[in-house]
Ligand binder design. Structure first.
Ligand SMILES: C[S@@+](CC[C@H](N)C(=O)[O-])C[C@H]1O[C@@H](n2cnc3c(N)ncnc32)[C@H](O)[C@@H]1O
Length: 268
């Protein structure tokens, strides 16, 4: 049985994992350094716990206690109970989904280990928008991609916004960070993957013609909003492929491009 503790002081030091959640810069630095991340809402907290992330503490309103009781008890972590208006003073925003959990990070797999167990992976270069990262993980899970590799400058998939947008898919799709860029792509090719660079460039091969679903092992390389893929990264790829655009639109949002490419790569 875990401790359920009613707290009346928003400055109580036991709530420190949950303070200032709206301060993006602060949290971006603090969370990896302190080895924690925040999961929000019943479903996402359950998914994180099922994936083996240890719960450090929970913060929730009384109304959510019955629904969360089994998760709280199984976690063994303290659950701090506060009225929503006081919790808002701690976090800096209204917690619509009723419950927050601070969870401990677990070590990431090595890229080589992830690649050894995968056939279809996505690689992101410098994707630093947390919403896009979350959307890409959600599509990767839903469409059956086996793993995600991140370039060194990609944002943290366990940042609160990514976790939330992914609906917890960041816990189910394994991911790893490449430590050298773009040379780390050579190791992906050496592991037997054909690396396809997704770019809206007119000169690129249409995705359909590249037939990613026919390849025994395929890695789909995606770039960030704005800059897109760097020339250096594209030079490390085996081919450049494009999703043909209509109505004079020059490109898709990277999350939308990812979903189209994942579907093309995973259909039978
Ligand atoms: C908004 S786009 C970047 C646009 C950037 N100006 C460029 O030319 O690449 C973000 C990423 O989504 C992917 N993407 C967007 N539209 C695409 C398309 N039509 N075909 C292939 N990939 C696309 C690419 O990986 C791209 O780097």
């Amino acid at each position: 049985m875990a401790d359920i503790i009613t707290v009346r002081d928003p400055h109580d030091p036991r709530l420190s994992d949950f303070t200032g959640l709206t301060d993006v810069e602060l949290r971006r630095r603090r969370e990896p350094a302190e080895g924690l991340f925040i999961a929000e809402g019943e479903k996402v907290i359950r998914r994180a716990a099922r994936a083996g992330y240890p719960t450090r503490a929970m913060l929730l309103s009384e109304k959510w206690l019955p629904a969360m009781r089994d998760v709280i008890d199984a976690s063994g972590a303290p659950a701090y109970v506060m009225p929503p208006e006081l919790a808002e003073q701690v976090t800096g925003y209204h917690v619509h989904r009723g419950a927050l959990a601070s969870m401990g990070r677990t070590p990431l797999p090595e890229p080589e280990a992830l690649l050894a167990a995968a056939r279809r992976v996505v690689i992101m270069e410098a994707v630093n928008d947390h919403t896009n990262i979350g959307a890409i993980f959600r599509s990767a899970a839903a469409l059956g991609m086996d793993g995600v590799l991140l370039s060194p400058s990609c944002a943290d998939p366990l940042y609160r916004r990514s976790v939330k947008v992914s609906m917890g898919a960041v816990f189910s799709v394994p991911y790893a960070r490449l430590t050298t860029w773009p040379h780390g792509l050579a190791a992906v090719r050496e592991a037997g993957f054909r690396v396809l660079a997704l770019t809206p460039e007119e000169s690129a091969l249409p995705l359909e013609a590249a037939g990613p679903h026919r390849l025994p092992r395929v890695a789909l390389l995606l770039g960030a909003e704005g800059d897109g893929l760097s020339e250096r990264a594209m030079r490390e790829a085996d081919a450049r492929v494009r999703i043909p655009m209509a109505h004079g639109v020059d490109s898709l949002n990277v999350g939308a491009a990812a979903a189209v490419a994942f579907y093309a790569a995973t259909r039978a």
